[in-house]
Structures are given as C-alpha cells and as structure tokens.
Design a protein around this ligand. Structure first.
Ligand SMILES: CC(C)CCC[C@@H](C)[C@H]1CC[C@H]2[C@@H]3CC=C4C[C@@H](O)CC[C@]4(C)[C@H]3CC[C@]12C
Length: 849
C-alpha cells in the first residue's frame, strides 16, 4: 500500500459520485428513491445531478499518517461552457485551466474573465452528460467535458485541489491554534493582551499624541464585545476540533476494511500537470502552469499502461479510465450503527465549531470595521491600506497565504472561439418566466461602502426589554442527511408551502409565526407615526419594509412548519405595544393572513407565493401586498415584496438572497412614493455587493427627496435626513444562535407558551400544535410521527367537507377586494372580542390535532 493511501482514500470517497457507472449509470447515492421515474427531460436532469460532498478535512495532530500534502498539478484543456441568453447553448472555450500550486485556473489566451475558489465552491456533477458545475455563490460555472475520460480527469483534478486546499487550511488552523497564548489554550481566564491598534491597522506611524484617535479607540474598545469572549470561543473551538479529530479517526478505524487499492490512479491524475489537448507549439503568452505538461494521449497512455501495469495489485488489461476506475470504486460503505453515531457526533460537533467561528468572525469583523473608521476619520488612511478588503487578495508579494494560494478556477473570457452553439441548454428552470435582475445604479458601490461604514459606527439601539425566554429547550437537529433532492424532485411544481418534509428539516415556528416576525422592528412604524415630514416618514416605512428581510441571514437550514387550514396564531407584545393575529385561510393555494394593531400603526398582509425550482436554486415569488396605516396622518402605505432565492437549495451551503424592486405608495396621499432596489449580486462580482439595498423617496414630480442604502442584513443609512443617520440596524443575535436554528431573540419568543397564556388561546393556536412543540423540545422522531398524523387529520377534514359540498370558512378573516380589485383577506374584528368574552375556552373550536 502506498504511503498516500490515507488521503487518497478520502479523495476517493469524495469522488463517490463516480461510483461504478459504466456502462449503466447509477442514481445519485443521496437521492431518495423515487417511485415515479418520469420521462420528462427536466426531471431526468435533476435526478442525474450530484452535489459532491466535502470529504473530511484531516485535522492532523501528529498521528501516524501525515496527510498527503503533495501539491496537485495543473490541468488544462478544452471544456464546454454554457452561456446564457442570447447565446444560449454550449460553447467551446479555449484553454480552461486548473492552475499550479493549488490554484485552479481557467483562462483564455492570457485573458482571464473571472475566477473562483474551487475549495470554497459547491461542486456538482452530472455523470450522464459529463457536466461539472462550480458554484461559488456569486459566480457559477456550468461546464461540460467532451467525453467520460476527460470528465473523470477534470473531476479528480478539481477534487484533488479542493482536498489540498482544505488540508492546507486545516493545518494552518492547527498552527494558529498552537500559537494561541498558552494560558488561553489551557482554558484559563487571564485577560488576553490588549489589542494593538497600530499593528492591526497595518502601519506603525499612528500619531501617539492623537488624542482624538485615542479617545475614539478607547470608546470603541469599551463598547466592543468582551475580548475574552473571543478567546474563550476559540478555546472551545480548539477543544471541539480535537474531539472532531478523534471522532474522525475512530470513524476511519471503523472503515479500515475499505482498503485503498485504487488510490494510484487518482493520485496520478491529481498530482500530474495534465494538458488535455493535442500537443501544439508553445505560445509566447503567459504560462499558467510550470514543469511538465502531458498531452492527453500521454496522460491516458501513462494512466492506462505504464502506471496501471506497474501497479502489481491492478489488473494488466485496463481498457479505459472510466472502466478501470468504476470497477475499482466500491459503493459507499454500509455504515454500522456505531459509525452512524460517530457521524452524528461529528455533525453536532461541527455545528458547534461553526457557531464559535461565526461568533469570532463577527466580532473580528466588527473590530476591523471600527479600526478602519478610526483610520478613515483621522485622515491617516493610506489609500489602499484597508478600504478595499478584496483589493489585496491576489497580491503577488510575499509568501502565499491560504487566501493567496486558494484553489482558484479562472474562467476563460466569454468570447467564443468556435462560435457554434453546439447544444441548446438542456437544463431549464422548471417554470418559465424571467428572473428579476436588479442592476445596481452607477456609483452605488462606493455609496454603499460609505453607508456601511456609517451603519457600523452606529451603536445598536437598545433592544426593547421583553420578559421572554432567551433560549430554546433543545438544540436544532442535524439534518444534513435528509435527501432533499428526492423530496424536491417529487414535488416539482408544487408550492413549497404544501410540500410535506421530514420534521428534521423544520424549525419550530410556522409560517403564521414568521409573519409576525416581520414586526420585529415595529419601532420603525412607531417612529414613522411620530414623524411630521411625509418624506421622512416614508424613509422609516421603507426601513421597516427592508427590516423584515433581515432574518434570512441566519435562517437557511430549516423550513417553517406549514400551518394547517384553520390554524391560528396570536402574539401580544405589551412591551412593543402591538398585538398580532394570523390564520391559515386557504389551503389551495396556501394563504396565511395576518393583522396587527397598536396605538401607532395597523399592519396587515396575506401571504401567498409561488416558487420556481431551478435545479440548484429555488425562487420564492410572493404575490400579496403588505399594508400599513398610521393613525396620526391617516396614511395608508402599500408595497409589494421581492423575490427570495434559496441558492444551493440541495446542499448545506444554502443561502438566501432577496432581489427585485419594491414600490411603496401612500394610498391616501400622492405627495411621495418610494422605490427600493434589492440588488441581485452580480454574476462576476465579488462579495462586496451581497445583500445590497438602495432606495429613494421621490416627490410627485419624480425628484429625489431622500436617498438611503445599505445592506439588508446590516442596516440602512440615510444621508439626506436633516441629521444623516442609520435608520435601522438589526439587533445582535443571541448567544449560540446557530445551535438554535439561527433564531433571533424575537424569534425564540414566538412559540413560547407560558402557563398564564395557555388558557387564553384558542385550541387552534400554533403554540398548542404538538409536533412543533416536540421538535422544539428536541424530540424529532416523535415530531415526525405527529406531523404525519396532523396532516392526515387535515386531509380527512377536507374530504368530509368535500362530501358535504362545503368549503372551509376562515374564522377571523374575511375575503374582500382592495382598491385595485385584488382579492385580499382582512381581519373580521372578532378575535380579541371573543378572547375577552366569552373566552376561547367557551367557544367551539375545530379539532386540528
Ligand atoms: C428545503 C429547506 C430545508 C430549505 C429551507 C427553506 C427556507 C429557507 C425557506 C422555506 C420557506 C421560505 C420563506 C417563505 C416565504 C417568505 C416570504 C417572503 O416575503 C420572504 C421570504 C420568506 C420568509 C421565505 C424565506 C425562506 C424560507 C423560510
């Protein structure tokens, strides 16, 4: 066995997507069997796609098997690249290149169109059509190899780079952890050395006598997160990582039986520099790789003859790479119960590490931002030192850091060499319609940067004190094993709100409660109601409209429960001065209606949406309007919602993006309107325009009266107010929020059931819904069974009603038409009256569970 066996075995398991496939291709291993194998092409496409899981990163801590840190070689050659409209189809682009020294590059005759970090991107493959998709969030490449051999080589090579980078990062991390102060690493609570502003700011000439700066720095140090918290979090992380390492080793020990007899081929492919095209005379242009490149013929020759023949344990007659490889790769190991348990522990531990790192990352980002501001505001900013975080990313000076040498995939220019559009795109979204692509305005990027800096300078507003709970009874379950692919595939065309999913995919709140979550920042409506100027009032209404989207930052792993028809929810927030009700008023299509009132506003909406499944992402297109009235000025504001897109919906790298335009109108006065753009992150862009929002308040003649902007997850700044200010900023997340579904404090309270509240609720209230409660308490399997039961009761009830020719009548909402003739659901005004007298305990309630 070769000395690289251990790591190769791992890279091999990551390539389990390449399990024996020739001549018949297998279904993706993580696709739950589907009974209905449709002949529809689009379905076929989804079925054949596999997201290549990340293989365990070796957290080597001096064990017996050092990881294979052999630098993967380069790979270059032709790949077909899919282009969007108007040149729809597959085009041959030259010189796709996976570069040297752990960089994966693709270029075209010296011109690089774009690049992505292979180790940070989601890689999906379609063995049937030899397709490889690399999705780094903001950049997405659809590529295709000409044949199985090339496909295999590219996949192996890409995986080798991913593996290499991750290992490298893990080692670097190990090194860092070891350099932590000894006392910290030992878990002691000695205060860490104070932050050194000078060195952090990257210069040594910060005037020591600059009292303004010192003052500022000490002020922000005072408001800074407790620096101890960071160290403690890192210590915890360190311990968790050691534990993870131990678990991984145990798992490996369990799977020793899966010896690596076939590591050689992968190793050869991964470390050689491969030129997958006919040899031709060298060009004078920039050379990407170095050392030797093999022609495709050479490569294949070497692989199939010299190498394979010389390997004593391999058969001598190997017809082709795929045949050889597929015959060698064994199906994923049938994991023993113990193995399964270890896997679960690994997942739980990883979640904790993730939570810690996120916390540390957040704290450090904030500190960094503050440093930058101090720097900026004192005019000692050296032009490019800190302003543009991405600017220095590809700096070629100095030794390569992990970031510098990250496995990058440089894309060829979109110029088409062989202009033939060889194939028409076969993978379309499952519904038609075009996607809103909100383009940012000129010059907005720098404005957003300024807004952003100003927002972070603004201290968080004092979070209204509630007496609600600060945590949930149990941690969220790991749901990474749930095969989403089959679920979504079997429900194509259905509303997501009607798709029944295993409880492990749910969060312990439902869509009726999530409607209430849009009131988390209801104080903006209070402010609007006490703002005399109509244009300024509009700014606050706009900030409120944006604030409702901020929860999405941390809420992409779980899905809210679907309310059953007739389910209701109430939320009385005396601390915030509002009370809220919602009801599931329609099942087909699913519609949730809500109504809230307080002394300073009334808020209502009925939420319904369509979804479009695009194979990798899922778009949610809400159709209802949101309404707010302010009693003091008699305003009635109405606005639409934007598209929410769940990117990488099938993988754990899922994230949400909102894009589109919102128009806010005041139906009672046409003094002003407001336009808000949720900017869609640019295809070729960097991270810097993620989650951007920009807006204007326009007067009757269309002139801009106010301008505001920022990020929907960080806050909104308006620089045209008499005193420019941050109009909204999200509340800080509670401690360990990642272990609690990413909930904010407000969300944690939504499903809280206190003894004094229980007798006041109608039996249809979501707080009394048993499956949701079980999930909240961590009883996932019980919740699953109960959920099935409740869905069964709902079906029965519908059948009964159908037999009688009756329709379900909502209890607290009535159907009406709005000023534009659209169907809307309005509160009928009976809820609070009935609650008061005779009390729901004395009324008849339908039995929902
Ligand atoms: C497949 C599963 C596990 C993935 C998780 C799906 C989650 C992220 C989805 C399911 C339902 C979605 C919500 C459905 C409706 C709306 C209303 C819209 O105006 C804002 C987004 C919002 C609030 C969505 C946010 C994302 C959401 C919560």
């Amino acid at each position: 066995m070769d000395s690289h066996g251990s790591s190769l075995n791992r890279s091999q398991s990551l390539a389990s997507g390449l399990e024996k496939t020739s001549p018949t291709w297998h279904k993706p291993s993580h696709s739950r069997s589907s009974s209905t194998v449709s002949s529809r092409h689009s379905r076929q496409m989804i079925k054949d796609w596999e997201v290549i899981d990340d293989f365990p990163v070796e957290m080597h801590s001096g064990g017996d098997n050092p990881p294979d840190m052999t630098t993967p070689g380069i790979c270059e050659g032709y790949l077909l690249k899919r282009r969007k409209w108007p040149l729809k189809g597959w085009h041959k682009v030259r010189n796709e290149k996976l570069g040297s020294c752990a960089t994966a590059k693709i270029n075209k005759i010296g011109r690089v169109q774009g690049s992505l970090d292979v180790s940070l991107s989601v890689m999906s493959i379609n063995k049937k059509s030899n397709r490889i998709d690399l999705d780094a969030g903001d950049i997405l490449y659809h590529m295709k190899a000409k044949n199985h051999e090339l496909f295999y080589i590219w996949v192996t090579k890409l995986q080798a780079h991913r593996f290499f980078k991750k290992n490298e990062a893990a080692h670097l991390h190990g090194g860092l952890v070891q350099t932590l102060p000894h006392s910290a690493a030992a878990g002691q609570t000695n205060p860490p050395p104070p932050l050194c502003v000078q060195s952090s700011a990257g210069g040594s000439d910060l005037p020591a006598a600059n009292t303004a700066v010192n003052h500022k720095v000490s002020a922000w140090l005072r408001q800074s997160h407790d620096p101890d918290a960071c160290v403690q979090e890192l210590n915890r992380c360190h311990l968790d990582l050691s534990e993870l390492n131990r678990l991984i080793q145990r798992l490996q020990a369990l799977e020793v039986g899966q010896a690596f007899t076939n590591g050689d081929l992968q190793r050869i492919i991964s470390i050689q520099n491969l030129s997958l095209e006919k040899p031709k005379k060298p060009k004078s242009g920039k050379m990407w790789g170095h050392s030797r490149t093999l022609s495709r013929v050479e490569a294949l020759g070497m692989l199939s003859s010299s190498h394979l023949h010389s390997s004593s344990h391999l058969g001598a007659s190997v017809p082709s790479i795929p045949d050889y490889v597929y015959s060698q790769l064994s199906p994923p190991p049938a994991t023993s119960p113990e193995g399964k348990k270890i896997q679960q522990d690994i997942c739980a531990m990883s979640l904790r590490v993730l939570a810690s790192l996120k916390m540390v990352h957040e704290t450090l980002s904030q500190e960094r931002q503050k440093l930058q501001e101090v720097w900026d505001s004192n005019n000692i900013h050296q032009s490019n030192a800190l302003a543009e975080p991405a600017a220095g990313r590809h700096s070629s000076n100095g030794p390569p850091s992990v970031a510098d040498s990250a496995a990058e995939y440089f894309d060829a220019s979109d110029d088409i060499l062989c202009g033939s559009s060889s194939e028409v795109s076969e993978e379309s979204g499952l519904s038609d319609g075009s996607t809103t692509n909100s383009e940012p305005e000129e010059g907005h990027a720098s404005a957003t940067r300024k807004y952003r800096a100003s927002i972070s300078r603004t201290p968080n507003s004092v979070v209204p004190k509630s007496r609600g709970r600060r945590t949930l009874p149990a941690h969220c379950p790991d749901n990474s094993h749930v095969g989403l692919m089959a679920i979504l595939y079997n429900n194509i065309g259905k509303d997501l709100a009607r798709v029944s999913m295993p409880a492990a995919l749910n969060e312990p709140v439902n869509l009726l409660q999530r409607l209430c979550e849009e009131l988390e920042y209801s104080e903006l409506l209070d402010t609007a109601n006490s703002t005399t100027d109509p244009y300024q009032r509009m700014v606050y209404i706009a900030a409120f409209a944006i604030s409702g989207y901020s929860t999405a930052t941390f809420r992409n792993r779980y899905k809210p429960f679907n309310p059953v028809l007739g389910e209701t929810y109430e939320c009385v927030r005396e601390d915030r001065g509002f009370r809220f009700i919602s009801e599931q008023v329609c099942h087909h299509p699913p519609i949730s209606a809500c109504h809230a009132d307080s002394d300073s506003f009334t808020f209502w909406q009925d939420q319904r949406w369509k979804n479009k499944f695009w194979g990798k992402s899922l778009e949610i297109l809400p159709t209802g309007m949101v309404n707010v009235t302010l009693p003091r000025y008699g305003d009635h504001y109405e606005w639409n919602k934007v598209v929410t897109c769940i990117h990488n919906v099938l993988s754990q790298q899922r994230y949400l993006e909102h894009y589109g335009e919102v128009t806010i109108r005041n139906l009672k006065s046409n003094v002003c309107t407001c336009k808000i753009t949720f900017v869609k992150s640019r295809y070729w862009g960097s991270d810097t325009n993620k989650n951007e929002v920009q807006g204007t308040v326009l007067d009757q003649s269309g002139s801009v009266i106010h301008r505001f902007g920022g990020l929907w997850h960080e806050g909104i700044f308006c620089d045209t107010l008499p005193t420019p200010k941050c109009v909204w900023k999200p509340n800080p997340q509670p401690k360990d929020y990642l272990l609690y579904y990413g909930f904010s404090t407000f969300a944690m309270e939504l499903n809280e059931l206190t003894p004094d509240l229980r007798p006041l609720l109608p039996l249809t209230d979501s707080r009394l819904r048993p499956d949701q409660r079980m999930l909240e308490e961590g009883k996932v399997e019980e919740a699953d069974l109960k959920k099935d039961e409740i869905e069964g009761i709902q079906r029965e009830r519908r059948k009964e009603l159908g037999k009688k020719g009756e329709e379900h009548a909502p209890r607290f909402f009535k159907k009406a038409k709005d000023s534009c003739g659209r169907d809307v659901w309005l509160a009928n005004g009976t809820y609070w009256k009935l609650r008061e007298n005779p009390g729901f305990a004395h009324t008849e309630n339908i039995k929902l569970w």
